[in-house]
Design a protein around this ligand. Structure first.
Ligand SMILES: N[C@@H](CCC(=O)N[C@@H](CS)C(=O)NCC(=O)O)C(=O)O
Length: 202
């Protein structure tokens, strides 16, 4: 049985668990609740991944895969899925959206870390906000393409980034500035894979 270091809060882990649901792989995985926090490296997790990050996937033969992009592509390959288009413009758009969603998440997580400090560095939080707003504008312009292209890791990653905005940045009210994206996201959230992986504290 493959072992996934997992948490119900992490948006990168959510990418992987959405793929697991989409690909019907749930019975093949053991989910291990692992706490990963930048300020307190987790020794048990580090035995599998010295970077102390989740998601981390340990295969039956002991081989360990990270990060989320690599794990998702591996699972799609194992299940012979179509979340990673093999060739052509669909492939590059899927990988681009994955990089876009991952990049937005990277900025949001650093922003949140800064925000929680006693004296947040204001120019830094402003820069994160600027990038987040610009990303939402850009994704809103791409909403029609998100609707039209075959469902892929790109859709999953952008969806997980938006889910994280709802979870940790509610006051940003992102739907106001990205109404077409919001409409697409409402439909995406109805997929059983998204409904089953809503972030929760605990
Ligand atoms: N690029 C990585 C990012 C993973 C990541 O940063 N995960 C966070 C949890 S949301 C983590 O493990 N943080 C712990 C740390 O940075 O020490 C991926 O896509 O898997």
């Amino acid at each position: 049985m493959m072992k996934l270091h997992w948490s119900p809060r992490s948006p990168y882990v959510r990418k992987v668990t959405v793929c697991i649901h989409e690909l019907g792989l749930l019975p093949k995985l053991e989910l291990v609740r692992s706490v990963a926090a930048m300020l307190s490296p987790n020794e048990r997790l580090m035995e599998d991944n010295p970077l102390s990050k989740i998601p981390t996937l340990k295969l039956d033969n002991g081989f360990v895969l990270f990060d989320s992009a690599v794990i998702c592509e591996y699972l799609d390959d194992v299940a012979q899925g179509s979340l990673f288009p093999k060739t052509g413009s669909d492939r590059w758009q899927a990988l681009r959206w994955q990089a876009f969603g991952d990049g937005l998440l990277d900025a949001l997580i650093l922003w949140r870390n800064e925000r929680e400090r006693e004296a947040p560095m204001q120019p830094l939080t402003s820069a994160f906000e600027l990038k987040t707003r610009a990303s939402l504008n850009q994704l809103d312009d791409e909403a029609q393409a998100l609707i039209e292209l075959p469902f892929s890791i790109g859709h999953i990653t952008v969806g997980c980034a938006l889910g994280y905005l709802d979870y940790r940045f509610g006051t940003l009210a992102w739907r106001k500035s990205a109404p077409r994206l919001a409409e697409w996201y409402t439909d995406l959230s109805k997929r059983p894979s998204f409904a089953a992986t809503e972030p929760v504290d605990g």
